[in-house]
Design a protein around this ligand. Structure first.
Ligand code: DGT
Ligand code: CA
Ligand code: CA
Ligand code: ZN
Length: 573
């Protein structure tokens, strides 16, 4: 076995250990060792012969023995026993995107399924949502994961593709012959859905790199392989399109394969008019001399343009703006100061308010707003009026104990079918912030739905409209609503529109958020987190904002706490 094969074997062992519920440190030790082995510049067999196996960081005595057994006998008893012990179907379930070892075990133990088809049937019959710790969302995610695995989804939500892509890119980075590697294509542009994952790597030895990619545990099969380009089907059912180019072509290749196609076509046209030729290998003048490209910025400056961030490269005015020096200073992830829509254990969240505050502080935030559901939303354990009053008190008490973090008392109040709100005005008046959202009656016609949301905007206590169009990517269309009229009413009433960062939502979309900005409407990028981990979803909301050309000034939770509070006190016209 060569290094890549041994690494793959260790990956498999770490997975089997996780699935068998064994000591998690053991699984981690194997994973860590696998990563080390993937990045070794010389064959393990040589190191063994020279007695240097012990030199590898992270390989202790036990693992060293295992390596010796593999190298001398070509097999590993420990692996064979483990493999026998863990049911095949568990391993199979892990292939479903979004299903980790814990979920796989729970599904197997409770549903007694023999394979993915049976799981699909169980999920369709609504049997997954009834299992402990799962719900309708988990069930739907599993169904979508199965569709993706079976190649039945042609586009994959960014939030699903991103972690898979990152794992792939990290694996490629560990290949010793790789000098540089980056995401390209729609993933780098952070489009809301992804057709395939594009990756560009720089190396002087494309053959070695492609051989290593073929052996990666994340690779299911090779679909095509040429001199500089290789397409593989990942284990999760998503295509990964990798370009391996010489280091001097890296930036040109990255730029080319970042796209979008429309952006590239326009640049190429511009270049031609300037007597330049631009392609994936670089930029050349009419006399054939090359312009030196050391960074992506060099490509734009050769064309007399300001640098254009990947998120803007859609040919929707960014090239003209770059030429005239009027591109916005785009919002950066580090600009976010707080998160204004999250849930807690008081309704359907799994993290307490205090733990949310602590997690937010670790992210560098200075404020958060707790916006649990209101009473009509029974499925999400919405709060009755009295409970909400108690929660407000608890938050005021908590704030006395916190330093450098302010928790705003808020609510995600239901907008009822007739446009009235699910809590009385005098209660809303006691809160620091009010998010109002639609969670029912999705089938109303456009006029009714539009009037319903606008009625909520006209309530002077409503600060933000949550997930304004109600879409669920790949699952539910936006409700019929006149988005122009909503934006108009938001501008007129001083209501903020949310960019909900939940990977299934991304609502408002980039296009609508850009329309809102152009009409002077402010936006709030919120996660709608139901657990502390989900606070990390903010990155997807920031991507939407960047694609919408937003700057710090357009986003109220990119403001200092004082400015935000002042705004909340006086923004409703
Ligand atoms: P996707 O995969 O559908 O989400 O969207 P993209 O933008 O990732 O498209 P993809 O994967 O077909 O191609 C990646 C990039 O490669 C694309 O954004 C620009 C570049 N590219 C591909 N085909 C062409 C082409 O025919 N002409 C030009 N100029 N660029 C191309
Ligand atoms: Ca792509
Ligand atoms: Ca592609
Ligand atoms: Zn909601």
């Amino acid at each position: 076995m060569n290094n890549a094969e041994i690494a793959a074997l260790f990956w498999e062992i770490s997975e089997l250990l996780e699935l068998s519920g064994d000591n998690p440190f053991k699984a981690r030790a194997y994973r860590h060792a696998a990563e080390k082995i993937e990045s070794l510049p010389e064959p393990l067999s040589t190191m063994y012969e020279e007695g240097r196996l012990g030199d590898i960081e992270g390989i202790g005595e036990a693992l060293k023995k295992k390596l010796e057994e593999i190298i001398t006998t070509g097999r590993l008893r420990y692996y064979e026993d483990l493999n026998e012990k863990v049911p095949r179907v568990l391993v199979e379930l892990l292939d479903i995107p979004g299903v980790g070892p814990k979920t796989a075990r729970a599904l197997y133990e409770h549903l007694h399924i023999g394979g993915i088809d049976e799981l699909e049937a169980a999920a369709k019959a609504g049997r997954v949502r009834e299992l402990p710790g799962m719900g309708v969302k988990t069930e739907q995610n599993i169904l979508r994961g199965i569709q993706m695995l079976r190649g039945r989804l042609d586009r994959i939500p960014l939030g699903v593709a991103m972690p898979i892509a990152q794992d792939f890119i990290e694996s490629i980075r560990r290949i010793p012959q790789v000098l540089e590697v980056r995401a390209a294509g729609s993933l780098r542009r952070r489009k809301e859905t992804i057709g395939d994952i594009d990756i560009v790597a720089a190396s002087g030895d494309a053959i070695a790199v492609m051989d290593a990619i073929e052996k990666l545990p994340r690779t299911r099969e090779v679909l095509s392989r040429g001199g500089t380009r290789m397409v593989v089907m990942a284990r999760d059912g998503i295509k990964v399109d990798t370009w391996v180019v010489g280091p001097s072509f890296f930036w040109s290749a990255l730029h080319h394969s970042t796209g979008s196609k429309a952006h590239n076509v326009k640049l190429r046209g511009m270049a031609r008019e300037m007597g330049l030729k631009i392609n994936e290998y670089g930029i050349s003048r009419e006399d054939g001399t090359e312009i030196l490209i050391n960074r992506e910025e060099d490509i734009y400056s050769a064309l007399g343009l300001d640098f254009i961030a990947p998120e803007l490269r859609e040919d929707t005015g960014e090239i003209e703006a770059a030429r005239e020096g009027r591109l916005p200073r785009l919002l950066e992830p580090g600009d976010i100061r707080g998160d204004l829509h999250m849930h807690s254990t008081w309704s359907d969240g799994v993290t307490s308010i205090e733990e949310m505050a602590e997690a937010a502080r670790r992210m560098g935030y200075s404020y958060i707003a707790i916006c649990d559901h209101s009473k009509s939303l029974g499925v999400a354990r919405g709060l009755a009026e009295e409970t909400l009053r108690r929660q407000v008190k608890a938050i005021r008490e908590l704030n006395k104990r916190l330093t450098g973090m302010r928790v705003l008392a808020g609510v995600e109040v239901d907008i009822r079918r007739d446009g009235t709100l699910d809590h009385p005005d005098e209660l809303l008046a006691e809160l620091d912030i009010v998010v109002a959202s639609v969670h029912s009656g999705f089938r109303q016609d456009a006029d009714t739905m539009t009037a319903r949301i606008i009625a909520a905007m006209r309530n002077p206590h409503v600060d933000i409209i949550g997930h304004p169009t109600g879409r669920l990517l790949g699952r539910r269309e936006p409700y019929a609503v006149n988005i122009d009229a909503l934006i108009e009413a938001a501008a007129e009433t001083g209501t903020v529109l949310e960019i909900n960062s939940y990977p299934d939502r991304l609502d408002l979309s980039d296009i609508h958020a850009r329309m809102a900005k152009e009409r002077g409407v402010k936006l709030a990028i919120n996660t709608d987190a139901h657990s502390r981990e989900q606070l990390g979803y903010i990155e997807y909301g920031v991507s939407v904002a960047r694609r919408a050309w937003l700057s710090r000034d357009d986003v109220i939770n990119a403001w200092e706490g004082e400015r935000l509070l002042k705004f909340l006190g006086e923004h409703k016209h």
